[in-house]
Write a protein that binds this ligand. Structure first.
Ligand SMILES: [Mg+2]
Length: 305
């Protein structure tokens, strides 16, 4: 695909990306000395799951969601469902990591057996355009687990600390802040504990408790999952009735949008897609290393024993 294109300004339907706060000079270090040795703390068995590159790889999905949001009134329920269907197709084409269905089925069983209390997504991604909420709902559908088995979602919007790579620092106490109204961090460390919380993340070093020593078993690293799903294949597979799908496919095959031709919805969409591919050239050959299956065993053993 020829990606040397110039995108006229009027084609640009996407806002500039905000990247949250500037990363601090030094990575955040969790001060575990603030924890008290108090017994009878509330110790919930929480399973936090990172989203991007752990459960899914959706590099092209956010631009598609922006396009869809731009052209469709999302206050209409039917449009929400159509977007959800598109996201599901994206995930079925490889956006969803192999083993994720087995992971959620295992976690759901652990929930039913009361071996764990909560499962949630803990991500550095922003929930703008409801990205995380939609992906969560699609994961629940595709993994055939009851709605809201994933009972909480912590996104970039909740975060206070950022690492040098721009990701958020994830604190294993975060769930308590979300579910209990806790006034001070002293109250938090006095009354709540995290020895029974685990997180599965491809960037374990961005967990606040990483390298504390005593929480090594709580932080489970996993190899990064990356999978390229080219837009041409994606568009071919989805249902589109609010624009001319064939026009989009032909323009994508050309790989360019000339500046001298009149604006149309399809040309604008393709220019937006191609522009995004120039800025973020994703091209991954992924070999499934089965790492998720190993991690399922670790989580299972952790809570069954
Ligand atoms: Mg990640």
């Amino acid at each position: 695909m020829n990606l040397t294109i110039e995108v006229p300004e009027e084609y640009d339907i996407c806002e500039e990306t905000e990247y949250g706060n500037v990363a601090p000079e030094l990575p955040f270090i969790f001060d575990h000395r603030r924890e008290t040795g108090k017994k009878n703390k509330i110790e919930e068995k929480i399973v936090y799951l990172d989203l991007d590159e752990t459960l899914v790889h959706c590099p092209r999905l956010s631009i598609w969601m922006k396009i869809f949001n731009y052209y469709n009134d999302m206050s209409i329920k039917e449009n929400e469902e159509k977007l959800k269907d598109n996201i599901k197709i994206f995930l079925q084409m490889g956006g969803l990591r192999p083993g994720v269905k087995e992971l959620f089925q295992t976690l759901n069983e652990l929930l039913i057996m009361k071996k764990i209390d909560r499962i949630g997504i803990f991500t550095s991604a922003s929930n703008r355009n409801n990205y995380v909420n939609y992906v969560k709902r699609c994961i629940e559908d595709l993994c055939e687990i009851p709605e809201n088995t994933i009972s909480f979602v912590i996104t970039r919007e909740f975060s206070t600390y950022y690492s040098r790579d721009g990701a958020t620092i994830k604190d294993l106490y975060e769930c308590y802040k979300l579910f209990y109204s806790i006034e001070t961090s002293t109250e938090l460390y006095e009354n709540y504990g995290i020895k029974d919380a685990v997180i599965l993340d491809d960037k374990p070093y961005n967990v606040a408790q990483f390298a504390c020593g005593e929480y090594d078993k709580n932080i489970i690293g996993i190899n990064q999952y990356k999978k390229d799903i080219p837009f041409l294949e994606f568009i071919k597979n989805i249902k589109l009735e609010w624009c001319d799908k064939n026009k989009i496919i032909n323009l994508l095959k050309d790989g360019k949008v000339r500046n001298d031709e009149p604006l149309s919805k399809e040309r604008t969409i393709v220019a937006t897609i191609l522009n995004d591919e120039v800025i973020y050239p994703y091209n991954f050959d992924y070999i499934d290393d089965g790492d998720m299956y190993k991690k399922i065993e670790i989580i299972k053993n952790r809570f069954m024993s």
